[in-house]
Design a binder for this molecule. Sequence first.
Ligand code: ACO
Length: 515
Amino acid sequence: MSSKMQVRELMHQPPVLAHPGMSVSDVAQVLDANKVGAAIVLTGDRIVGIISERDLLRALGRGMDPAASIESLLTSDPVTVPADSPVAEALDLFRTHHFRHLPVVADGRAVGMLSIRHVVRVAHIEEVRPAGSAPTVAPPGLEGVAVAETAIGDVRGEEGFFHYRGYDATELARTCSFEQVWHLLLLGSLPDPDQLRAFRQRAARARELPAGVAELLTPIAQVDPYVPLDALRTALSLAASALGLRPTLDATAPEIEEAALRMVALTPVLLTHQFRAHRGEVAVAPDPDLGFAGSYLQMLTGVHPTAEAARAVEQYLILTMDHGFNASTFTARVVASTGADMGAAVVGAIGALSGPLHGGAPSRALDTLDAIGTPERAEEYLRDKVVAGERLMGFGHRVYKTDDPRSTLLREVALQLGGAQAAFAQTVEQTALHVLHELKPGRRLYTNVEFYAGVVMNTAGIPREMFTPTFAVSRMAGWTAAICEQAAHNRLIRPSAVYVGPAAPRPLPAGYQYA
Ligand code: ACO
């Protein structure tokens, strides 16, 4: 985006118009037909307000009659932006007022509508920088902003494609074992048979718990309430200390690589040890004859897994090892950029992963299936949720604006594994997509990885509370590769923020004293 770019170049034109006497359902239809999120409300030529789909949905959610007029819902006398203003000015208005849409005017008439989406999509960090030394302002959520270089992998949201070191990740998941892809991420290449044999042996040795850790895992798992991901976070922190991991700033590259290998290898051991201890069951040792995924399943359930279940989980794990500059990978790199040790960086990443907007959704998606119960209830249930302003778990993605390739493969894996749940999930998915298309027009919401991840894990015998921790098991391979990369080309990540509080410096209130 050039700093001289004007609002007229980005706005939606002509604007979608409404008048105050129109009904809620009429305006909803107009917005839907034009695939926009808001309309300008006019009386004659005069702009009297703005009405958004969000306003309509909220009102309907509160029980408003769809035949009622929009008059009480619109935002009156909205702030407008001239068509020839620089886009950077509009960005400031969005930011300071928290608007999502701005009516655009020229010669006193409404000529277009500017949505924050238009601006954010094209905003480039360098070019929205005002002249002088003021800090560059990035869009909310850093959407569309590249903050580092990486050779580990990338996501091309518009194409529905992601890769690890250039290889299509879904092809890797169809073709390779966990260990082959892990080798690719950590060491940079797909291993030949000898390299793979050596890597498997090295990884098997790395599963051994450091001295003093095993006896502390049970007390951690007995903390009430037991939250497996929290307990894993604590256990990893403990294991990293027991291993004496040095700050990445001081450690050599081979030391950092070994720390990375240890963190990935230990994660399933720590996690399953605690899970079983919490249930009063003895830990199951890793089985040298099983691959990473099969061994994880066996350590978790205590039962030798079927080849189908082990392969399904392996494919899930490969598909979720890495995914561009997602929130937890970014977190890991921020911590690593301070020169902290590998343990500190992966513990930070787990914190980021724990949020429902990132890794905490697969069990919620399955909860939705349970709450729906039968296919006939799907439409009404999902519709009510969206109208009430709630999000459907397992749908939508910051980067994918088309099918998420992970969900496409996981749908296949789930259907291959079989069972009633996979077929039911497919019906619910179709209904949800149709409801989102109708009630959230233009938002490009598709099924994300989490929707079928829950079905695959459940059918393979992984308990629901272990879904997000299982995600951590695979993502550990991506985090640690990213941390190694950060350490190899480090610069402290230290952005700034735009101060929006009271003008500074402020005098203290008169007579205000130490107390
Ligand atoms: N259900 C209903 N509406 C949705 C959903 C959803 N799942 N996702 C986004 N929307 C709507 C929003 O309400 C918003 O509509 P509005 O403009 O009318 O307000 C619009 O789509 C854009 O939403 P944003 O929040 O701006 O989209 P963002 O890119 O920030 O969000 C996210 C992405 C967080 C994944 C979101 O889609 C979501 O909350 N999904 C449900 C939770 C989920 O499935 N999480 C797992 C993600 S996958 C992963 O991290 C590995």
